[in-house]
Design a protein around this ligand. Sequence first.
Ligand code: SF4
Length: 707
Amino acid sequence: MWFSTRADSRPYHLGTYPLEVLPRDPALAAVEAARPPVVAPAYDRAAEGPLAVALRDYLGIFAANAVRDPAAAKAPVPDDPQRRMVDVKGYAYFMNASQVGICRIPDSAWCSGAERPAGHDHAVVLLLAHGRVPEAGNPARDWVAPAVQEGADCRIGGIAVCLAGHIAQLGWSAEPHVMGAGSVDAERLAVLAGLAVRDPDSGRLRNPYVDAFSLAVVTTDYALAVDEPLAPAALRAKGPAYWLGINGATSGRERRRRQKRATHLGAYPMETVRRVERPTTLIFDEEVPRVPKRAAFFDRALRGDLGEKAQKERHRFAFKQPHTAGMLPSMRAMVPRQDGPVADGSDAARFGDPAANSRALKSLAYFLGADVAGICEAPAYAWFSHDAQGEPMAVKHRYAVVMLIDQEFDTMEGASGDDWISGTQSMRAYLRGAEIAGVMAETLRAEGFPARAQTNVDSDVLHIPLMLLAGLGELSRIGELVLNPFMGPRLKTVVMTTDMPLEPDLPIDFGLQYFCGNCHKCARECPCDAIPWGPKVMFNGYEMWKPDAERCARYRLTNARGSACGRCMKTCPLNKIVTADGPLLQRIASWCGIHAPFLKPLLVPLAVRLDDVLGKGDLNPAKKWWFDLEVVDGICVEPVKGVNRRRLDPSRRLDPAKQKMAYYPAADMPVPNDLDPQPADRKKAMARAAELETPAGAAARHARGEP
Ligand code: SF4
């Protein structure tokens, strides 16, 4: 209990609810199968309010972009239906389904008149608990209250589309069935797959742990281990064991803690973190240049600046494993929806209070699936100077709503950080972010406010300074990464910019500068030595531990034994999950980090040392659910060059003086509108490293009033 909980050893595919302990009754399968077929479910009412409309739109995007055709050859996966089930359920839980069950499909489960895809005899049933309605007095309540079902339908429908795409990429046929676009009786299949009990009187479904939920289904010819129907006694499952977190499942106490938080506060107690007027790292606003999109290293790779290999891999590096096959078409289809026409006039009486508006957008972010949200004014330097074609860009909106998506702790535990799930971890968060910010922006535009989703696929703003200014983290040794006190570095951002009147948050100080100053674990474990062992420098007006961004991008693009890389996130001691039922030592450490900064000199070296002694950041086999597979020419094969399964290397040291870093300040950035290759001059960039000012030197220069 001090160092770990049974959550560490809970097999990933069991999910976070203890479904495995519930009583089953196989005889109910025949009863359920005997029910007459139903018509395909669809909404029986018009969408009420702008949020419900936006959510139905986005569910439509998912449904229209589903990948159904199987790959031309089958993946080399085991015949064992049990192991396949671990991958399929693991994928669904990774995508944040609340519960997952699998069953065989009786003929009667196909809706009246539906065409049955050949061979589809298995159904994967996905259940998502409905989100919370914001508190009375919160303006978001008017949006959310009539859209609760649409919110869950959209999210679980998106997960079904992604899962079907994954199975199709493995080489089997799969079809997602989502609200309004399906041909199976999802309720009947939920009973058969052990996710619900049917009330004998009303015919309505009841789940042992969740009061209200939405369902989606994937039908397939991929043979999987199946579940059995629940016995009615399962509905009395919320006993002491549930409240204590039986078998490492999330405890009832932790679920209640989350339920009791005001919705605008999000999942983590950011309200307990110390707020400060300025970020804890220097920013000389007038010295921060606006940069063109062409200067980002992934864009440079696309143009050929990093050579042929990086250019070729740029098109596949995050999509060369099967789990992302179902995500890509929807992500692309969401881009044209990121911005759009604004409805005439906004209701000043409803939206005249910036503080209330801010609470509303944070509650909406949480409802839509963001973990935490913060707000800042977006400085001009956060906007790109030129678009991807090199055309000058204007500053569009005053405010930025910055939202964090957790990259999912348990999957990170099972991974090395740079194996064949790494790229999927990023893409899952990017897709979720695009959905959240897209729906939010569409809702605001319908209310008469200009708003644009700024996503990973297409953003007009740099997310890092906005996350810093919105009080969601501090700059870490990893460099161009703002680290959150509760999620650590394990996050992705999505931003929505708008002119709706809002109340900005303040930056935070939770002692990270001291922590990273005394910890080098990310630098030690980085596979390509892109993270500095040395001190912070001034770069483009920012004080930061400056990484070798070119080396980092090149490794992520060309990693041959995995897809992309997030090893720094994986191994950081602050990559943790703090829950009411988590390890006691971790809860104490987290509390001290935030509330007892005077203990830093004592606790930080101890925490860093203990992290290694306890093997934190190492591989946890209980959490590895996925198959390591590589997609080559559209077909899944055993990874050609193998799999990174790195262990920790506590003895590794690098002399900062000997670490060769290359830095590309604004003066050396490529010409924005020259789309031909402009090769990166690494020699010159390495010379630049020696020229950078120290933060103390820059502060003294400013104090003297020198430019
Ligand atoms: Fe900071 Fe250590 Fe995490 Fe790196 S591994 S970001 S140095 S706390």
